[in-house]
Design a protein around this ligand. Structure first.
Ligand code: IMP
Ligand code: MG
Length: 179
């Protein structure tokens, strides 16, 4: 029997193991180390969910970089909402910088497009995104996703930073909702 967990009113089944997560992160780190080998990017972590991925990824990044955080939110429960809120803004000067955005998940892409809009006027040189998980069937944008850890079907997941109404982030593995 696969392991199940209860988060609030929903049951989730183990879906991606900590081992698979670690392998995915190493793959992404290898690509980033290669692509940025002559650069000093600014790594932009999107709070709260991406913190877990960002810490494990950054420990494997060998290029000199700075790290900062922003906070945007679009989800309520298990549904993406149309409105993306800016909760903590950007304080760094990004003029001429290469920015690498770290996300825990790209779903519809609304949060990503909001970030692109927010960063457009900063004078940055180049922006890329690295996401641990990606739902290609839900994604609605033409913008490229540069680094993907694991592509998943359009089903709600928790664990390793991903939450259901604020709970469930503190698991080593990723779990998928049982419908
Ligand atoms: P998007 O704006 O629709 O791409 O959604 C991105 C945000 O929604 C992420 O940063 C997460 O906070 C949240 N999200 C999307 N799908 C899931 C999921 O399956 N589990 C937990 N959070 C999710
Ligand atoms: Mg969330």
């Amino acid at each position: 029997m696969p392991e199940t967990i209860q988060v609030l009113d929903k049951t989730f089944v183990k879906y991606i193991t900590d081992k698979q997560i670690e392998e995915a992160i190493q793959r992404v780190a290898d690509q980033i180390n290669e692509d940025y080998k002559n650069d000093t990017p600014i790594v932009l972590i999107t709070l709260n969910g991406a913190v877990f991925f960002a810490v494990d990824l950054l420990k494997r990044i060998k290029v000199p970089c700075r790290v900062t955080c922003v906070k945007v939110a679009s989800y309520s429960g298990t549904q993406s909402t149309n409105k993306v809120q800016n909760l903590i803004g950007l304080t760094e000067d990004l003029t001429g910088q290469r920015v690498l955005v770290i996300e825990d998940i790209v779903d519809t892409g609304r949060t990503y497009s909001h970030l692109v809009e927010m960063l457009k006027s900063t004078g940055l040189r180049d922006m890329r995104i690295a996401t641990l998980t990606y739902k290609p069937d839900a994604y609605k944008l033409d913008l490229p996703i540069h680094y993907v850890g694991i592509s998943i079907p359009n089903k709600f997941i928790v664990g390793y930073g991903l939450d259901y109404n604020g709970y469930g982030r503190n698991y080593n593995n990723i779990y998928q909702v049982v419908e």
